[in-house]
Design a protein around this ligand. Structure first.
Ligand SMILES: N[C@@H](CCC(=O)N[C@@H](CS)C(=O)NCC(=O)O)C(=O)O
Length: 207
């Protein structure tokens, strides 16, 4: 049985969504953020030394880092939601799978952290927004060309990208001026598996 160590309001919501899409049985262990620091509680460090979420356990095997977990689950489900057969789609699949945490999340996170610094923080976030806009424009242009990030079918790349899109919607300036991206997010949120994951995960401010 898979155990998902799930931190409220966090990237691990993606893993619940993916498990629901795959129909794999799982259990959730919930963790609350420290109200003052917003950091994960120290108990998560007992599961994995980084103490971050998501982290899963599957028959004693601990897997951390969203992208690694997502690939692990694709393997476990015999390739379901994995790379499409078409080469161009497969390359896009790989690109977005890495891009989500590797390129798009860092400036979004930077903006969040800077915004919390009194006085100077607000001014600093203005410098970050143009960096985020480069990503938002690129995502919009790609989503205007095809229904899902890799191609015609939904894949794990869409699951990876859902969190940066949600984070951009809540604090990165993503709005109706980028209709293809907004439509993609709405399509994701309407999926029964997404809603099922949300119901099981508890508080989540981005959906
Ligand atoms: N790139 C990592 C990031 C993991 C990460 O930073 N998770 C956040 C949740 S969104 C976390 O655990 N934050 C609490 C903390 O750092 O104490 C992944 O995708 O797994």
């Amino acid at each position: 049985m898979i155990i998902v160590h799930h931190l409220e309001n966090s990237r691990s919501q993606r893993i619940l969504w993916m498990l629901e899409e795959l129909g794999l049985p799982y259990e959730i262990k919930r963790y609350e953020r420290n109200k003052a620091t917003m950091l994960a509680p120290p108990e998560l460090k007992q599961v994995h030394p980084l103490g971050k979420s998501p982290v899963i356990e599957d028959d004693g095997q601990v897997v951390a880092e969203t992208g690694a977990i997502v690939e692990y689950l694709v393997d476990k489900a015999d390739g379901k939601l994995g790379a499409p057969a078409n080469r161009a789609d497969a390359l896009r699949y790989r690109f977005w799978l890495h891009y989500a945490e590797g390129s798009m999340m860092p400036p979004l996170l930077l903006k969040l952290v800077l915004a919390r610094i009194p006085i100077l923080g607000k001014a600093a976030t203005k410098k970050i927004q143009p960096m985020i806009d480069v990503h938002l424009d690129y995502v919009e242009s790609e989503l205007s060309k095809r229904p899902w990030f890799a191609g015609a079918e939904m894949t794990a790349a869409d699951i990876m990208m859902s969190f940066p899109l949600e984070a951009a919607r809540s604090r990165g300036g993503l709005n109706e001026s980028r209709p293809a991206t907004i439509a993609c997010l709405a399509k994701v949120h309407a999926r029964p598996a997404y809603q099922a994951g949300l119901n099981k995960g508890g508080p989540y401010a981005y959906a």
